[in-house]
Design a binder for this molecule. Structure first.
Ligand SMILES: O=P(O)(O)OC[C@H]1O[C@H](O)[C@H](O)[C@@H](O)[C@@H]1O
Length: 313
């Protein structure tokens, strides 16, 4: 059971464990009030978090899907397809879809679970969250979810914005009187300028499962990941700290709680065949997902789990 943790925002009631001095410094710098603005984007109800530095992040209530993260007004870090579906009940192609309670087809539920298909409730800005002041989105079981998955649960998405960092935490609570198991991921679409020049560092020493080749078990590649065609890999027990290099720009990708990492780019052929992704769009993003896929998390009644992904410039 991963420990809860805080990245630097002083809050004695919720602090369990600090992770990293640098990260703490970074969020302490940014521990100034955030403001919230509701708005509509492509017919979906959204909220914008604005940091006093000028950084913003937008979250759709549909799926609690983060749509945009701009550390500065002209610098979008996430990718949202212009072809993303607007239809209720479908998933949003881009930003940070929340995958819960099932990753992929690893179970009887709809692919990647139902959380990304449903409306979440915006519970406002809260200070008593696992990592300080965050926008909190809630999804609780109801008749519909119980008809799909007969479990009483609470899911919370915590979105914290700093001057140069975005931190997203998925919290799951077992409200049932029996244990349940789930898999989950934050399916983050990171915008890239030039895919051919992109390298992902940090997974060199980790063997992987190659989902693009029927789940073949592959040895560690001993090299940074480059994107030259369809790539779909699950790295079990992945290192917590990765770096995405894209020309002069480096993005630090850190995770806690999630054991695994999934890396995905559909490549040209698959991208062109997907209804909500157009030809050539695979050149605009790579997905680096904080995931817990290989070994499901099992929660006893009353237990909580928290998985976090942090993106930092
Ligand atoms: O098209 P979606 O259901 O959003 O899934 C998009 C992708 O998600 C993950 O990265 C999986 O590893 C891929 O196999 C899958 O194709």
């Amino acid at each position: 059971m991963p420990a809860f943790f805080v990245w630097g925002v002083p809050n004695a009631r919720t602090r369990r464990r600090d992770v990293g001095h640098d990260a703490a410094q970074s969020l302490r710098r940014s521990a100034m009030p955030l403001s919230i603005e509701p708005f509509e984007q492509r017919g979906r109800s959204c909220v914008r978090l604005r940091h006093s530095s000028g950084a913003t992040t937008d979250v759709s209530l549909h799926g609690a899907n983060v749509l945009s993260w701009k550390p500065s007004p002209a610098r979008e870090r996430l990718y949202l397809s212009p072809n993303a579906s607007l239809t209720p009940g479908t998933a949003i192609r881009g930003g940070i879809p929340v995958i819960f309670p099932q990753f992929g087809a690893r179970g009887a539920l709809v692919k990647h679970g139902f959380a990304r298909l449903l409306e979440w409730h915006f519970a406002g800005l809260q200070d008593a969250t696992p990592f300080g002041e965050s926008a909190v989105f809630e999804l609780d079981d109801d008749e519909h979810t119980r008809s799909l998955w007969p479990v009483r649960f609470g899911a919370r998405l915590h979105v914290a914005l700093g001057a140069d960092a975005l931190q997203v935490g998925l919290e799951v609570l077992n409200r049932d009187d029996a244990p349940f198991a789930f898999t989950a991921a934050l399916h983050t679409y990171l915008r890239v300028a030039k895919l051919a020049a992109v390298e992902l560092d940090g997974l060199e020493s980790t063997p992987y499962e190659d989902s693009a080749r029927n789940g073949a078990a592959m040895p560690a590649s001993n090299a940074p990941i480059r994107f030259e065609g369809e790539l779909d890999r699950i790295y079990a027990a992945a290192p917590r700290s990765l770096r995405l290099r894209d020309g002069d720009s480096t993005l630090h990708i850190e995770s806690e709680g999630f054991r695994d990492a999934v890396v995905w780019n559909p490549g040209a052929t698959l991208a062109a065949s997907m209804g909500d992704l157009g030809a050539g769009e695979h050149l605009r993003f790579v997905c680096v997902e904080a995931a817990t896929v290989v070994e499901p998390v099992t929660l006893a009644p009353g237990e909580r789990w928290l998985g976090v992904q942090r993106l930092r410039e």
